[in-house]
Design a protein around this ligand. Structure first.
Ligand code: PMP
Length: 468
């Protein structure tokens, strides 16, 4: 077999890639008449989907969910998939794990009380789970990671009396206005392209520094107006960008020196271990925010703070923490979410489960690395605990801006559609795969085999083979 790697974008022949993408999209269309029909008929929905992001597909319409159990999903056309997307981390515990199903059933059927706005005793157990895993002793609940971030930001402003929040370029922390900032080519802060309906120019509320750039961070913090640095310990929303040695310690030192809080968003980096990257890498943040996986699929988010920070806030009589001051929500901390968090953290995402997930992620990474090496492609693969990502650059990018620059939509679409047509779901946003406690070696090996075949079709010279 002759392999042709071409210099330039992603090392692939663009014309061949386009032909293969068309082949796969045609196959997708013919395999999924039920999903195509459901999409065509959904006239009551804004953008034909219940939430506009569900239009992020590699082949014109999404597949429609029928059932999901463990690491597997079936669609309404009867196809079964190994799900490496896991609801973009919302189902990192696997789909409908039995302890969560039983906890939900008990709350709904036996006990009742879905929207009561009264605490349950179990909430303290959920808080204690989070405290023992992530090290911060005081916790409060939201329904989403977005809200956990919004509320953490408000608290940080209140306690420091400063206005701005600093983010990494091309970060993602939910639909949080302040965070939709990137570094422009001249090094200044600029709105993230496509930002919808910003209330004010983002540089009025925010500052930006590149991930892995302590000098840039110091320059921005030196203005003295930053209430908090809110960041992921590793970027995971523009591909995975890992911290270089000493970077996160440097952020901790600089935030202390300049009087800013250090807030870690562990929503995705929870995949690094039972206590997220905070415990795995021995980090020392002032606050932690999290969502998605902690509820085992039931909406739940949370933020944690130190005793000292919690007491300072609770002692401030000018802050309305118990009514409409901006840090709570009617359904937040509800009995059902709390029951789901207790079951997920107590019985599903255990230390043993993480060992299994990490071993599988290593296997996934090795399989992908071998294919990349076999064809001498200028691609790389990165692992963060139970999460693996391949991307079309080697070495892997060091910053969010570098990562954004190597994005290749056509290549993403080809690989996603190829895999979906043969029973694998990747996260729709990039080439990210997450392992759950229910994922198996067979699931991983199926991906390795199909990835190898998709890449072989792409780099082999000669006529493009027709789809099976
Ligand atoms: N923080 C991080 C790091 C995320 O990746 C996301 C979502 N991808 C969020 C926050 C927001 O989560 P949600 O949409 O569930 O509020």
């Amino acid at each position: 077999m002759f392999t042709s790697v071409v210099p330039g974008r992603s090392g692939v022949q663009r014309a061949r890639l386009r032909t293969l993408l068309e082949r796969e999209q045609a196959l997708f269309l013919s395999r999924n008449p039920g999903s195509a029909g459901a999409y065509a008929h959904a006239d009551s929905l804004f953008g034909r989907v219940p939430m506009t992001w569900m239009n992020k597909t590699s082949a014109h319409f999404p597949i429609y969910l029928d059932t999901a159990r463990g690491a597997h999903v079936t669609d309404i056309d009867g196809h079964e998939y190994v799900d490496f997307s896991l609801g973009d981390t919302g189902s990192m515990a696997g789909h409908s794990p039995s302890p969560v199903v039983e906890a939900v059933r008990r709350r709904v059927e036996d006990l009742g009380g879905l929207a009561v706005m009264l605490p349950t005793e179990q909430a303290d157990v959920a808080g204690a789970h989070l405290a023992s895993r992530f090290g911060l002793p005081r916790w409060s609940f939201s329904l989403t990671a977005t809200d956990a971030n919004r509320w953490a930001i408000r608290l940080a402003r209140a306690v420091t009396g400063r206005q701005k929040i600093l983010f990494n370029s091309y970060c993602y922390h939910g639909s949080v206005d302040e965070s939709l900032i990137v570094t422009s080519p001249d090094g200044e802060g600029a709105p993230r392209p496509g930002n919808v309906g910003a209330p004010v120019p983002v540089t009025e509320t925010s500052r930006v520094a590149e991930f892995n750039d302590l000098d840039g961070l110091e320059r921005e913090l030196a203005h003295g107006d930053v209430a908090a640095v809110l960041m992921e310990p590793a970027l995971t929303n523009i591909g995975i960008v890992l911290p270089e040695p000493g970077y996160l310690d440097g952020v901790r030192e600089l935030t202390r020196r300049f009087g800013a809080l250090f807030i870690l968003d562990e929503t995705h980096t929870f995949c690094a271990g039972p206590g997220g990257a905070t415990r795995a890498w021995n980090l020392d943040p002032d606050m932690i925010t999290i969502g998605k996986a902690i509820g085992g699929g039931i909406p739940a988010g949370a933020y944690g703070l130190s005793v000292e920070l919690a007491d300072r806030l609770l002692n401030r009589e000018d802050l309305d923490l118990v009514d409409m001051g901006g840090v709570g929500g009617t359904l937040a901390g509800n009995a059902l979410s709390i029951a789901a968090v207790c079951a997920t953290l107590g019985e599903v995402l255990t230390d043993r489960a993480f060992d299994h997930m990490h071993a599988l992620a290593e296997r996934f990474e090795t399989g992908v690395a071998e294919v990349i090496a076999r064809h001498r492609l200028p691609w790389s693969v990165t692992r963060l605990g139970a999460r693996v990502e391949y991307r079309f650059a080697d070495p892997a990018p060091r910053t969010g801006t570098e990562a954004a620059a190597v994005h290749d939509q056509e290549l993403d679409d080809y690989l996603h559609t190829y895999l979906a047509n043969r029973g694998i779901l990747m996260t729709p946003f990039h080439n990210m795969a997450l392992m759950s406690p229910a994922t198996t070696r067979e699931d991983v090996d199926l991906h390795t085999r199909l990835f190898a075949e998709a890449v072989a079709d792409l780099v082999t010279s000669g006529p493009v083979p027709s789809a099976p």
